[in-house]
Ligand binder design. Structure first.
Ligand SMILES: CNc1ncnc2c1ncn2[C@@H]1O[C@H](COP(=O)(O)OP(=O)(O)OP(=O)(O)O)[C@@H](O)[C@H]1O
Length: 212
C-alpha cells in the first residue's frame, strides 16, 4: 500500500521510488503557490540545465521555471519561463509534479514539471539563468531503455555529468523517473540550510522489461 503524503494527487498506478525522514511529521502549510520547472532532454542522453544567478536557489543548477502568473495555466507559464530564461521554445508536456514545503515559509510550492525532447531557437543566457548541457549518467537511466545505447553522434558523453552536488537535494530521487519517461510525483519538506528532513517520491511503474 503506497502511503502518499498530503499535498500530492495523482492518477493511475504509482510505485514508491524513494522515501525518508520517517521520524518527522509532514510540515503544515497555509497556502500553495504554483510554479513550473522545464527540462529539455535530447536523445535520452543530455539535459539542458541553468545555473540560477539570483533569487531563490541562487548558485544551484535546475530546470527553467518560475511562478505561474495570474490568468496563466502552468503549461503557458512553463513555455514563457523557458523562453525568458533560456531563449528557446519547446513542445513541453507535463511529466511530473513536485510539492515542497520549507519550514520558514507559510506557503508550499506546487511545481508542475515539464519535459520536451526537442527545441527550437538559440539557447541564450539570461539575467536569471546560465544554460548549459549536461550528460545523463547511466545510473540515472533505466538500463534497458533502448534509446540509451544508440549513438546519435552528438557526443553527449563528452559533456560534464549532471552536477547533483550543486542541485536541490530532492533532484536525485525523481530525476531517474523523469529520464526513464515515467510520470512522477513527490513531496519534500526542507529545514534549515535547504536540508531535506522528510521526503517521498513515486512514479508510474516501469514498463514491463525495464530493469528499474
Ligand atoms: C525545494 N526544492 C526545489 N527543487 C527543485 N526546484 C525547485 C525547488 N524549489 C523551487 N524550485 C524551482 O525554483 C525556481 C524558482 O523560481 P523563481 O526564480 O523564484 O521564480 P520566478 O522566475 O517567477 O522569479 P522572479 O520573481 O521572476 O525572480 C522554479 O523553477 C521552481 O520550480
Amino acid at each position: 500500500m503506497v502511503n502518499i503524503p498530503p499535498g500530492i494527487t495523482h492518477d493511475g498506478p504509482m510505485v514508491e521510488v524513494a522515501s525518508g525522514g520517517v521520524e518527522h511529521d509532514w510540515i503544515k502549510y497555509e497556502k500553495v503557490k504554483e510554479y513550473t520547472n522545464a527540462f529539455v532532454i535530447l536523445n535520452d542522453q543530455k539535459v539542458l540545465l541553468g545555473l540560477k544567478k539570483r533569487g531563490f536557489g541562487v548558485g544551484l543548477w535546475n530546470g527553467f521555471g518560475g511562478k505561474v502568473d495570474p490568468g496563466e495555466t502552468p503549461a503557458q507559464a512553463a513555455v514563457r519561463e523557458l523562453e525568458e530564461e533560456a531563449g528557446i521554445t519547446a513542445p513541453l508536456r507535463q511529466c511530473g509534479t513536485l510539492f515542497f514545503v520549507e519550514n520558514t515559509m507559510d506557503a508550499a510550492f506546487n511545481i508542475s514539471v515539464f519535459c520536451a525532447y526537442e527545441y527550437s531557437g538559440t539557447i541564450t543566457e539570461s539575467d536569471e539563468m546560465r544554460p548549459e548541457w549536461f550528460s545523463i549518467p547511466e545510473d540515472l537511466l533505466p538500463r534497458t531503455n533502448p534509446l540509451t545505447t544508440v549513438d546519435h553522434g552528438d557526443n553527449a558523453a563528452a559533456l560534464p555529468p549532471i552536477p547533483l552536488s550543486k542541485m536541490w537535494a530532492d533532484d536525485e530521487f525523481w530525476m531517474p523517473a523523469m529520464f526513464g519517461r515515467r510520470h512522477f510525483v513527490g513531496r519534500a519538506d526542507f529545514g534549515v540550510d535547504n536540508k531535506m528532513i522528510k521526503w517521498w517520491f513515486g512514479a508510474a511503474p516501469a514498463a514491463t522489461g525495464d530493469s528499474v
